[in-house]
Write a protein of this length. Structure first.
Length: 220
């Protein structure tokens, strides 16, 4: 994994998000950063196939259980690649769509679109449950804005409904996280996998977490 920083997978879409606010060459910026993000995910997936072992990166010099960790394994690489392929396809279509007289919406669409992409990558790369929560909140808020972006009454109503449900889901998630931390003393998923046993406590903590993620994924 030498020469490749896992943070690139999050930082590249974030830079695209910021630059998309510039009025000039917005379509070229969007396409360019979509291609960069796609190739970053392709390379990460290639490395998981080549290496076989999970790759860790700790931000800020702190390791588990205090540090902000990123983890890349085969399943993570697959989800990153699927996210990149779908997002790239959406960006190609959106470039032609926004040339049809929706310049204002397009400006803000690209900002939140790349923010959403960065949030998805952060979600899949997160090594602990708290960072997973932060990434899920980024996803929820950007999704709300994107749904409401057209400004239609139905769109705004749908966005508000999802926002309310998302806030409810956040409460469930934090409740489950608090129970896990109280029981096992860590939020690191690797450390939890070593300490978890088939006890009633684990089942009780799994329930609110599952409900929260199902609501945020709009399964209900």
């Amino acid at each position: 994994m030498v020469g490749f920083d896992l943070a690139y997978l999050i930082v590249v879409p974030l830079i695209g998000s910021m630059l998309s606010l510039l009025g000039l060459f917005r379509s070229y910026i969007a396409l360019g950063f979509s291609v960069l993000s796609l190739f970053s995910s392709l390379y990460a997936f290639h490395l998981t196939l080549k290496g076989g072992e999970p790759v860790y990166q700790w931000i800020g010099g702190w390791v588990a259980p205090l540090g902000i960790g990123l983890r890349l394994d085969g399943l993570t690489g697959f989800f990153l690649l699927m996210t990149a392929l779908v997002s790239f396809s959406v960006s190609v279509y959106a470039i032609s769509f926004f040339k049809g007289g929706y310049e204002r919406e397009g400006r803000f669409f690209w900002f939140f679109f790349f923010f959403l992409w960065a949030g998805l990558n952060a979600f899949f790369l997160s090594e602990d449950l708290f960072n997973l929560y932060v990434a899920s909140e980024v996803l929820s808020l950007t999704a709300v804005v994107l749904v409401a972006l057209p400004g239609y009454r139905k769109a705004i109503k749908a966005a508000v409904n999802y926002l309310i449900l998302s806030l409810l889901a956040s409460m469930f998630y934090l409740f489950g996280v608090a129970m896990l931390y109280a029981s096992y003393g860590t939020l690191s998923m690797d450390l939890l996998s070593e300490r978890l046993t088939g006890t009633e406590e684990f089942i009780y903590t799994l329930f609110p977490l599952s409900i929260a993620l199902a609501i945020k994924a709009a399964l209900f």
